[in-house]
Structure formats: structure tokens, C-alpha cells
Write a new protein. Structure first.
Length: 276
């Protein structure tokens, strides 16, 4: 069984994330109830990858992106989102392992070959970096925090933006269930020495499960588990206008330009930082 890594640092809250959470909630809550089943953005990704000789950088159908050797799950999430958004927008872009490694160094401070620096990343810093710098030539336009207790807004984020970055807690038992292709349904105990922070993008959902990409494959999670605060600790949505335009998935009443205006831009001089 291949080794798997986690690597999500504790949530980082700033003035910008607080403001973005208000803007995102106002925009998504105004849409009412989300569809019971999300549009299918995974099939276009699978079809695009099937035409490549080395899909997703190797390691599972969607690519491991080094997350079997390094705690770069936050970076792997970004790589998977780049592939999904570009595949659905028309032409897939597949980040290389080297590009993901450089991303890990830039955001997480990892020094290749120095295990002491393999300490993961926080999701807020990654969202900011994906706006200012991006990965493999691709950038998000804006990002916004989502209340992890508001699962309707998480669903809307998937439907509108193609994915939602989730900060979860996993353990060794979940690794075993992943290998057995079993849904995740039971939260890890924080007292469990094998438990740790992990980052996964939810990329589709139905009435029974949310589906995330982790360790190169699709993993089902029950909605009951997602509703537990001890499991789902944070959520972030990154806005890719080209994806929204290409998929035509926005319902009547959704104002993309207003959301982009309302979501605060990245301010290098921002000083307020509250760590969870």
C-alpha cells in the first residue's frame, strides 16, 4: 500500500477572509436551495486526462502530485482544481510534479531534501497565492471563505465554481477505507495520534455523498460526516470566470461580476491576522 500524507496547517483567519466570507454568503444564500445533484464536471476531466500519456502527473487517475511522499495536500488540491477548471473550459492544463514542488516551496516553505521543512501549508495562503501567482500559468480571479457549517453554500460552490477547497481531519482508518473504496462516514478522534489536517477539493455531489479528489482518486463522504465540525474545519471557494462562462452553470439571479466586485482583493499590506 503506498504511503499517504496529510499536510494542512491550522486555518488562518485574516480581515480579508472575514470580509470574503460575508460577501460569499450574501451571494450564495440569495440563490436559494442548491440543486440536489451537481452538474458533472468530473467526466470532462476524465476524458481530457484519458487522452494524455501521463495523466495528472502519475499516481491514480487524477494524479498524486507528490502527496504520497510529501505533506503537500494543499498544493495537490490546487493542481487538481487547475486540471478540472481548464478541462471543463476547453483545454486541460496538467501541472507537473516539478511545478507542484515549487508551489510547495513558495507557499509552505518546503526545501527539497530537508524533511524538517515538510510541514504543509495553510489553505488561506494557498488561495491568496493562486490569485496573485497561480500554478502552471493558471490563476483564480478571487477567492472567498465559506462557513463550513453551511453545507448548502458548499454545494453552491461546487455547482458554480466547479470545486470547493475543504479542510478536513483524517486518520489511518480513513486511509484504509480509501484503499477499500469505502465512503468516509465516521470522524477521526483528535486524540488519535494518526489524525491530521488534510485538504481535498469537493468536485461533485448527490443526495447521499460529497465526492472529493484525494491521493489521486475520487473519495465519497457522507453528508452526515461533513456536518460534523470535528471533521470539516474550513472551506474556501476559488472563482474561475472562464470556467463559469464555459460551463454555463450559473442560475438566473447569479451576478458573477457583482461577486467579483464584492470579494476583497489581496492586500500585501494587510496586517490583521488571527490564527485558529
Amino acid at each position: 500500500m503506498p504511503m499517504k500524507k496529510y499536510g494542512r496547517r491550522p486555518a488562518r483567519h485574516t480581515l480579508r477572509t472575514m470580509r470574503s466570507a460575508i460577501a460569499m454568503d450574501r451571494s450564495l444564500s440569495s440563490l436559494g436551495s442548491p440543486p440536489a445533484v451537481s452538474d458533472d464536471y468530473v467526466t470532462p476531466l476524465v476524458k481530457a486526462l484519458s487522452a494524455l500519456s501521463m495523466p495528472g502527473g502519475g499516481g491514480g487517475p487524477f494524479g498524486m502530485f507528490l502527496n504520497d511522499a510529501l505533506g503537500d495536500c494543499v498544493c495537490a488540491d490546487s493542481a487538481h482544481q487547475v486540471m478540472l477548471h481548464t478541462a471543463c473550459a476547453g483545454t486541460i492544463v496538467v501541472p507537473t510534479d516539478d511545478e507542484v514542488l515549487k508551489l510547495y516551496s513558495a507557499v509552505g516553505g518546503y526545501i527539497p531534501g530537508n524533511a524538517a521543512t515538510d510541514t504543509g501549508c495553510d489553505e488561506t495562503s494557498m488561495c491568496e497565492y493562486m490569485i496573485t501567482t497561480g500554478l502552471a500559468g493558471e490563476k483564480a480571479s478571487r477567492s472567498g471563505s465559506i462557513d463550513p457549517a453551511n453545507l448548502d453554500n458548499v454545494r453552491w460552490a461546487v455547482q458554480l465554481f466547479g470545486a470547493c477547497r475543504l479542510g478536513i481531519v483524517v486518520d489511518q482508518n480513513m486511509e484504509t477505507e480509501f484503499d477499500a473504496q469505502q465512503p468516509w462516514a465516521t470522524a477521526a478522534s483528535k486524540a488519535d495520534p494518526t489524525a491530521g489536517g488534510h485538504d481535498v477539493p469537493i468536485v461533485k455531489y448527490d443526495e447521499h455523498f460529497a465526492y472529493v479528489i484525494t491521493w489521486g482518486a475520487l473519495q465519497a463522504i457522507t453528508w452526515e460526516l461533513l456536518a460534523e465540525s470535528s471533521f470539516l474545519e474550513e472551506a474556501h471557494a476559488e472563482v474561475w470566470p472562464d470556467f463559469i462562462t464555459a460551463t454555463g452553470n450559473a442560475p438566473n439571479g447569479f451576478d458573477l461580476q457583482q461577486l467579483l466586485t464584492d470579494l476583497p482583493s489581496i492586500s500585501p499590506g494587510e496586517s490583521l491576522s488571527l490564527r485558529a
